[in-house]
Write a protein that binds this ligand. Structure first.
Ligand code: FMN
Length: 269
């Protein structure tokens, strides 16, 4: 049995959760491919038996770049499950992920969410304080991953042996109120409070291109003729990746300039 764990991540929390889920599936003899969602990336899903889809909550919903990606992806009529990470208020994130896959006719076998510490750099402690010891995902969430993997496999096996009705879906709930809030929230929240307009400190940038090639999955960063990053604010989903993970701390915004970088999960990118 082969599973694809498809995830979007800004600073690596969802990537860490996806990799934990992946480990748990592998313990149950499922071979797993971890696939990071990137704008324009093409993936052949026909080789997978089951697909897991994960994203962080951004402004109480799944990032729009992710739902657009899923609507275009040829997921076929596959069994799937959805997962998300959040700072504690996921809103409609799981529902958005499920909904975006609905036209594929996939069967949703379950959903789960984990609470990470928030990746908002503007909420991190000030730069002059000691580097904070952020715990990220807690042990409860990590052990929950094990139970979740077992449940999904049981449901999958029941599906293929027809013990379960084919139209049985475990569908995440949603709130119509949150739909309206998130319409208002996304841009104002992202631009005014959390990340803001990104700028580059040219004296610090060492032209490594990491931000454009690896960190940003929204295709919002390109290198200009001076080989320094430039930003397309319309494509940016405000994930905080570039301001948090630039190795030189050269990318800054008004909101983040006095705060520590949140770089716990750089190894997952
Ligand atoms: C622009 C933005 C908006 C966010 N909005 C929410 C939110 O509405 N509710 C919440 O619980 N967490 C929110 N968060 C926190 C993230 O969901 C959380 O830190 C997540 O684990 C980050 O995962 P990642 O590192 O994979 O991007 C937000 C983070 C960002 C950057």
């Amino acid at each position: 049995m082969k599973a694809a764990l498809l995830y979007f991540t800004g600073t690596g929390v969802t990537a860490k959760y996806a990799s934990e889920l992946g480990k748990q599936f592998e313990n149950l003899h499922v071979s797993v491919d971890l696939l990071r969602i990137k704008r324009g990336k093409k993936i052949d899903f026909s080789i997978y038996d089951i697909i897991g889809i994960g994203a962080p909550a951004y402004s109480i919903r799944a990032p729009r770049m992710v739902t657009r990606f899923l609507r275009k992806a040829k997921l076929e009529k596959k069994p799937l499950f959805v997962f998300c990470t959040s700072g504690g208020m996921p809103g409609n994130t799981l529902w958005n992920l499920f909904k975006a896959t609905k036209r594929t006719g996939g069967i949703c076998l379950g959903y789960t969410s984990a609470i990470g510490s928030t990746n908002l750099r503007s909420w991190m402690p000030p730069k002059n304080e000691l580097k904070s010891n952020l715990s990220g995902l807690n042990n409860y969430d990590l052990s929950n991953a094990q139970k979740f993997a077992k449940t999904i496999i049981t449901r999958f096996e029941n599906l293929s042996s027809n013990l379960m009705q084919q139209n049985k879906n475990w569908i995440p709930s949603y709130s119509i109120g949150i739909v309206f809030w998130s319409l208002f929230f996304t841009w104002s929240w992202q631009m005014l409070f959390t990340v803001g307009i990104k700028r580059v400190d040219k004296s610090k940038c060492n032209h490594c291109r990491l931000c454009a090639s690896k960190i940003c999955s929204s295709g919002a960063i390109s290198m200009n003729k001076n080989n320094t990053p430039s930003f397309n604010e319309l494509l940016c989903v405000g994930c905080n990746g570039c301001v948090n993970l630039c190795p030189q701390d050269a990318i800054w915004t008004f909101q983040t300039r006095n705060h520590q970088q949140y770089d716990l999960y750089e190894t997952y990118l």
